[in-house]
Design a protein around this ligand. Structure first.
Ligand code: C6P
Length: 404
């Protein structure tokens, strides 16, 4: 059992008034709010140990380097990577996917296939499209059904010896669907394909075990798990990270440089060119500690209650349709109201202090599938409450009345 009021007290922003009303923050899918320990850890870093890492012999540089590497170790443990050097700091999910898609440009050739799913965020579509344009490989889409689930029997049929990469999200940002990634990974491996999992929407709700999953790559952003923006993680199996060329060239990622030839640094530095988001990397470890203290089992159970309650309450509204009714889903409710544009609902309820996302959620193919311009998306976190859901439902009812 979670003590929600105690947890809420950890998040200074939750006491904020927006447009004169108590904030109800239901845009956690876009980014999570930050607990005081994370905010304080950022200040502490800049006040006490700010220095560049892996470069200086001086004390501050050593302290910053140690803190950064301790955080890498925490993240390694959290996702159960085999080695710390399989954990690469990035600027976020988008960076991680681009790094890998770019790496495959040296491997893929005409006739090869990259399988993406119909449920992807643009970040897990566009980099692969760019790769296919560059290499002549073909982008093939695993279709979805009306419930917002992947049609796995079709995935089975699409796999072949031509499949070189399979890339799917763990959880859909637009619908909340939890995909059967273990099945997808094992099946893709039977055909020798590499598998990337976009975990951006999964890590706020669960603790991925990359060894058990046996995925080749797993990427996520820090800002969705109570960490700062501008930092994320690319996990890659050692053999793949050694095989793929680096994404960016520059300082830190080299062993030797001359005008004739450059040799690359060992992992993880080969993929970490330039000065990184040092504070972000260190504090991501703090955020993960915070979440582990609350416990992912507790988080999941409580968020499931919020999902069930929110779904039941919203369905009281006439003409309201939920998009994404998968059997396995997390605390995201995407919906529309007949005859009303989602943007108008979002704008009115914002005046009532409620933050939701409206639009295509960077997943236009999903909206095209349903033939809608977008949805209203309420995404709940462990610090939200049923009382907030009640306020939200009343606000949506009011907006509907004003608009129809
Ligand atoms: N989704 C949302 O409101 P970045 O921007 O790199 O931190 O994450 C990109 C990304 C990739 N994959 C998935 C499944 C995502 O949900 C996101 C980010 C946010 O749904 C902002 S668009």
């Amino acid at each position: 059992m979670l003590d929600i009021q105690k947890i809420r007290a950890d998040f200074p922003i939750l006491t904020q008034k927006v447009n004169g009303k108590q904030l109800v923050y239901f845009d956690n899918g876009a980014t999570s709010q930050k607990p005081k320990v994370v905010i304080d850890a950022i200040t502490k870093y800049y006040e006490e140990i700010n220095a560049n890492i892996h470069r200086g012999v001086h004390t501050l540089s050593q302290l910053a380097t140690d803190a950064y590497e301790v955080s890498r170790g925490k993240i390694q443990q959290h996702i159960n990577a085999k080695f710390p050097y399989e954990v690469i700091f990035t600027s976020g999910t988008t960076h991680g996917i681009n790094a890998i898609a770019n790496g495959f440009a040296s491997i893929l050739k005409e006739g090869d296939e990259v399988l993406v799913s119909a449920l992807e965020h643009h970040s897990n579509i566009v980099p692969w499209q760019m790769l296919c344009e560059k290499t002549g490989a073909k982008l093939v889409v695993i279709p979805m059904n009306d419930e917002g689930e992947l049609i796995i029997s079709e995935f089975d049929k699409l796999l072949s010896d031509k499949t070189k990469v399979v890339t799917v999200n763990h959880i859909s940002n637009a619908l909340g669907t939890l995909n059967p990634i273990k099945y997808i990974i094992d099946k893709a491996h039977e055909f020798g394909a590499a598998v990337l999992i976009d975990g951006a929407q999964a890590v706020p709700h669960l603790k991925p075990d990359v060894q058990e999953l046996d995925c080749d790559f797993y990427v996520f952003s820090g800002h969705k798990i109570c960490g700062p923006t501008g930092v994320g993680i690319l996990y890659g199996k050692e053999e793949w990270l050694r095989k793929l060329p680096p994404y960016q060239g520059g300082g830190e990622m080299i062993a030797t440089v001359s005008f004739e030839k450059t040799t690359y640094a060992d992992l993880p530095h080969k993929f970490e060119a330039g000065t990184p988001n040092i504070a972000g990397g260190i504090v991501l470890g703090t955020a993960i500690d915070y979440l582990n203290e609350i416990g992912f089992e507790n988080i999941q159970a409580y968020e499931h209650e919020l999902l069930e309650y929110g779904t039941k309450r919203l369905l009281e509204i006439d003409g309201l349709k939920i998009f994404g009714t998968a059997k396995e889903k997390t605390s995201v409710i995407s919906f529309n109201i007949e005859g009303v544009h989602p943007y108008d609902i979002g704008t009115i309820i914002d005046k009532l202090g409620i933050a939701v996302r409206t639009g295509h959620h960077c997943a236009q193919p999903i909206m095209d599938f349903y033939q809608i311009p977008g949805t209203i998306r309420a995404s709940f976190a462990f610090y939200n409450t049923k009382e907030e859901i009640d306020i939200f439902v009343e606000a949506v009812k009011k907006a509907k009345m004003m608009l129809s």
